[in-house]
Write a protein that binds this ligand. Structure first.
Ligand SMILES: Nc1nc2c(c(=O)[nH]1)N[C@H]1C(S)=C(S)[C@@H](COP(=O)(O)O)O[C@H]1N2
Ligand SMILES: [Mo]
Length: 251
């Protein structure tokens, strides 16, 4: 027992490192990625000890909703593809779903509204040290996966976004299939009963109940089912992961 306690204490230090490292380009420090890489693996094992993968993120009451949901990272994608869609209030938007699927699809927000929906009030935790509680409405990612049919070789869901972080370097993220099928993993099109605002990821973003802010990809252009993410970006599974953040960002 005492062994396990000191194990947990070490991990708390690791988690504090994650908290102060920040996910802002300006706040990148040399030691940030080092602390993160040390915390990796350890965090994951502790997460597995403390919360079985079936566990649910805490859900809050309407009264707990933050008056302002602070936007972070990209707040206005400047890519031509996005600008064109935005100019027409996203009427022409379709989410591309492809990769290791049986029936690749192009889904409008209206198509997504015909699949299984969920509303959840959950807390968003950014590694920069702020949190916000919001009410999200969206389509269960599991319903989208069932709709397209997942090839048995698929292991991860990749989220490709419209915004470039550097020239020709779009934001991207990935989760494994267990997290993708979790009942609190949504493709959200509404925040606090309004269509998702542009600063928060319009017209569609992912909400993953039990993971940190940088996993919650905004401005979704495409979902790709893959067996490995080695060949995408720098091969670490996400834009921030390529800068040294850990891929498994459970909270
Ligand atoms: N496409 C995209 N998704 C993104 C980001 C981004 O810059 N681009 N930033 C991430 C980070 S670090 C955080 S904390 C949240 C912020 O979500 P919000 O703008 O709704 O607060 O989005 C995440 N998803
Ligand atoms: Mo963040």
């Amino acid at each position: 027992m005492s062994n396990r306690r000191s194990f947990l204490r070490i991990t708390m230090v690791g988690a504090a490192g994650v908290l102060v490292a920040g996910c802002d380009r300006i706040s990148q420090t040399l030691w940030g990625p080092i602390v993160l890489s040390k915390a990796e693996g350890l965090n994951r094992r502790v997460q597995a000890l403390l919360s079985p993968s079936s566990s649910m993120a805490k859900e809050y009451a309407e009264a707990d909703i933050s008056p302002v949901f602070h936007p972070n990272g990209t707040t206005m994608p400047t890519t031509p593809a996005y600008q064109t869609l935005m100019a027409d209030n996203f009427r022409g938007y379709k989410l591309q779903v492809d990769g290791l699927v049986t029936r690749p699809a192009m889904l409008s927000i209206d198509d997504l509204k015909h699949l299984d929906l969920r509303t959840q009030i959950t807390r968003h935790d950014c590694v920069e040290g702020w949190s916000a509680i919001g009410k999200w409405q969206g389509t269960l990612l599991s319903a989208v996966l069932d709709y397209v049919g997942v090839d048995p070789r698929a292991r991860f869901v990749m989220f490709h976004c419209f915004d470039d972080m550097e020239e020709d370097t779009p934001y991207y993220e990935s989760i494994d299939l267990a997290e993708a099928r979790h009942p609190q993993t949504l493709l959200a099109f509404a925040l606090n009963d309004q269509p998702l605002p542009v600063p928060n990821g319009a017209p569609l973003r992912v909400r993953i109940g039990r993971q940190l802010g940088y996993k919650q990809a905004k401005y979704l252009a495409r979902i790709e089912l893959v067996s490995s993410f080695e060949d995408i970006g720098d091969g670490q599974g996400g834009y921030w992961e390529d800068q040294g953040y850990e891929w498994y960002a459970g909270i």
